[in-house]
Design a protein around this ligand. Structure first.
Ligand code: NI
Length: 172
């Protein structure tokens, strides 16, 4: 396993629409393992393949990581089958938009299907943080960042903050 660098907005590659995975082979399993290691190293709870520059429909997630446990999950070719009309406002952040936290409104509950790391088709009913996180990560596969759900003004303020932090980091 190896840690891969995470792309930071406004990197144009983050806007790419990712391609479906035709077969869950060793290359995809290696990608999943590297993504998990990269996510843990960055102390994130979710990561999409495009965030490490790979335009494939692959996500990893571990919501237990905040409590110091490890329950890694992979979602390959995930697809939303149903979403509730009811929505919730949850504060989101993203490893590609460091140190920015903003409320985003999304359906409260979703049903999704995906292939797991073994290539087996699975279905999941998600609510609360899992539903939010899955929708956030699935957005990445379509080139959408959580700040794209904000007003134009809030989005440009967020991007300016990220760029300023990047410049300071380079200068130090
Ligand atoms: Ni993200």
């Amino acid at each position: 396993m190896s840690i891969r660098p995470i792309l930071i907005a406004p990197d144009p590659r983050l806007k790419a629409v990712s391609e479906p995975v035709a077969r869950v082979d060793d290359e995809i399993k290696k990608l999943v393992d590297d993504m998990l290691e990269s996510m843990y190293a960055a102390e994130g709870i979710g990561l999409a393949a495009i965030q490490v520059g790979v335009p494939r429909r692959v996500l990893v997630m571990d919501l237990a990581q905040k409590e110091g446990r490890r329950e890694p999950q992979a979602f390959i070719n995930p697809r939303i089958l149903w979403a509730s009309d009811e929505t919730t406002l949850v504060q989101e952040g993203c490893l590609s938009v460091p140190d920015i936290w903003e409320d985003v409104e999304r359906p409260s509950r979703i049903r999704a299907e995906f292939l797991d790391r073994d290539g087996t088709l699975q279905a999941i009913d998600a609510e609360e943080l899992l539903a939010t996180c899955l929708q956030h990560e699935m957005d990445h596969l379509n080139g959408i960042l959580f700040i794209d759900h904000l007003s134009k003004l809030k989005r440009s303020i967020a991007l300016r903050k990220v760029q300023k932090a990047k410049r300071l980091e380079k200068a130090s």
